[in-house]
Design a protein around this ligand. Sequence first.
Ligand code: URA
Length: 435
Amino acid sequence: MQAVELIRKKRDGHTLSTDEINWFIAEYMREQIPDYQMSSWLMAVYWRGMDARETSDLTMAMAHSGEELHVRDVISPVVDKHSTGGVGDKVTLAVAPLVAACGIAVGKMTGRGLGHTGGTVDKLESVAGFRATLSREEFMRILTQHSLVLAGQSHDLAPADGRMYALRDVTGTIESIPLIAASIMSKKLAIGASHLLLDVKVGSGAFMKTVEQARQLAETMVAIGQLSGLHAVAAITSMDQPLGHAIGNALEMAEAIAILHGNGPKDVSHLCYHEAAELLVMTGSAGSFSEAESRVERVVRSGAAVAKLAEVIAAQGGNAQQIEQPQLLPAAPVRSMLVAPHSGYIAGIQSEQIGLVSMQLGAGRFKKGEQIDHRTGLVLQAKVGEYRRAGEPLVEIHARTDAEASSVREPLLACYSWSDAPVTVGPLVYDTIRP
Ligand code: URA
């Protein structure tokens, strides 16, 4: 086989065989295919697309390119959860302990924030001493002993994705449904959970800007699951405004703890309980959605869910006292309130822009590898649809200095749009795609 033949074949709109896809990825990983040929092939896929079988073959070839954990061979069922990323998205921090407290094991590898969306590992690392980098043995031991592990993404899993993603990032080939689906699902297959809940975000603050695009990505990933023996379900959920109130690492950790206590903001709490219930139904642990919801409610009321989070934090070297008493989490030295500039209904809050303001305060990275400040961020005092009188609190700014707090006031106000008439808020869950 010749790489240029496979580039031409895809360029001309033909379908690649399983052997051809396996060969292409394997030769790339053996450094026998250079980056310029891989880039060219990625561009051909970007324009010509891939059918379900090709996408599944590509995913599998990428999943087999490095270490594989096979967690379901050790404990089953074992669930995984993935969000395509949003602003204020602390859902994994709450769903994982909720599900584990209901008796279903959760083995989760999770990323760092880059760009306007935050990363779960960064939020967890706001807890003193928490260790996200685990060896394979530690990952397995913590998972079997505590039914829950929350680790950083290992570079040894699906290394083909790491190399291909870096190329896509600089060759204009990120925005391709088969390439995004294969990238996400290869990392999931390499972990080897039995069940996967995908949260595909859609809206101004998300990768997918329309429900139609999100549905296509969701259906593609669920189909890959079906073809590879992973039971995957995808919820299509709104990112038209930030989720909950808190944006920023320690602030979101505190909000996740509130959700586990049953005191979180309504929108994000509803989403967390909904996703946890979906996982209980998927695994057959609950016979119906209402039974699943009652079980989730019980572990919230009994304190078992928050205790599970404290348990896993301690198992990974973190200070569990900060979970029991979230006021001990790191706090920014400056708190400053931005007030409503006039009276009216909040018609929109631009998630992406709000995420960028939070990054400016130090809560996110502009470049890979940058240090972040776990203490800083924003706490929204009102969401879309709510009425505010002029001078009433709009956003609490958590900053390192007064100057930094002042510098974000104008950009923050620009994130809001207002209406004189009442505003209807769209649904949080648009649809759920099942196999
Ligand atoms: N997240 C991933 O892991 N890969 C993509 O291609 C896009 C989002």
